[in-house]
Design a binder for this molecule. Structure first.
Ligand SMILES: CC(C)(COP(=O)(O)OP(=O)(O)OC[C@H]1O[C@@H](n2cnc3c(N)ncnc32)[C@H](O)[C@@H]1OP(=O)(O)O)[C@@H](O)C(=O)NCCC(=O)NCCS
Length: 187
């Protein structure tokens, strides 16, 4: 299905969600569950992607989530999302997560991740999204980085497949030599 809008600037769909971290979000250690943050990231990615595309969207892939700093109860978490790249039906949404201690004003960057979202039409088929208008050097850098991330992901998958297709007992023994495991399994 074709989209009526031909192209849209990044600012059209830029989205921020801010949420107060309440006690029910905490784990046994008193810090916020990673899953709570992932859920918020998925929400902001959805909002941003559906705004850009004007369509229902699904998450197809998440490019690494590394939690750099713990988040505490009582902090305000803000998730800033923008479209970094568009393909035909796919959109890469860059999300920056920051937490703020409301009493001291101290801000931590907790992570940056890239969610790939696919727009779907009313027929549930992938839907062609508007082109992305790149207006600043940052817009351009993010678009190009997304192209490279996609290439690296593809070559990483191919390399792993290649290694798995012909690994030898001797290679595995050498690999495990300095690992902290006791291997009782056959290959
Ligand atoms: C997303 C989905 C529709 C893609 O289906 P598909 O048969 O691979 O469709 P296509 O081959 O036409 O690909 C559609 C787009 O998805 C992209 N895509 C598919 N798999 C991908 C992946 N693993 N990572 C990144 N992009 C991917 C393709 O590159 C293509 O992008 P483009 O249109 O910009 O060129 C299908 O995999 C799906 O429904 N997944 C479940 C999504 C979901 O339910 N998410 C919620 C999680 S509970």
């Amino acid at each position: 299905m074709e989209n009526k809008k031909d192209s849209r600037p990044i600012n059209f769909s830029r989205t921020t969600i801010t949420e107060l971290m309440i006690p029910s979000y905490a784990n046994f250690g008193g810090k916020i569950h990673g899953g709570i943050l992932l859920s918020l990231m998925d929400k902001v990615a959805y909002a941003c992607a559906s705004k850009h595309s004007g369509a229902y969207c699904v998450t197809v892939s998440v490019d690494t989530v590394d939690f750099l700093k713990p988040v505490s109860v009582g902090e305000l978490v803000s998730l800033k999302a923008s479209v970094n790249y568009v393909g035909n039906s796919s959109m890469v949404i860059g999300i920056k997560v920051i937490s703020e201690d409301v009493k001291t004003g101290k801000v931590n960057h907790t992570n940056t991740s890239y969610f790939t979202m696919i727009a779907k039409g009313d027929d549930d088929k992938p839907f062609t999204v508007p082109k992305l208008i790149l207006e600043t050097p940052t817009d351009l850098r993010r678009f190009v980085e997304a192209i490279y991330r996609r290439k690296f992901k593809r070559s990483y998958g191919e390399s792993l497949k290649d290694i798995k297709s012909h690994w030898e007992d001797e290679d595995i023994k050498a690999l495990l030599k300095n690992e902290r495991c006791i291997n009782k399994a056959d290959l």
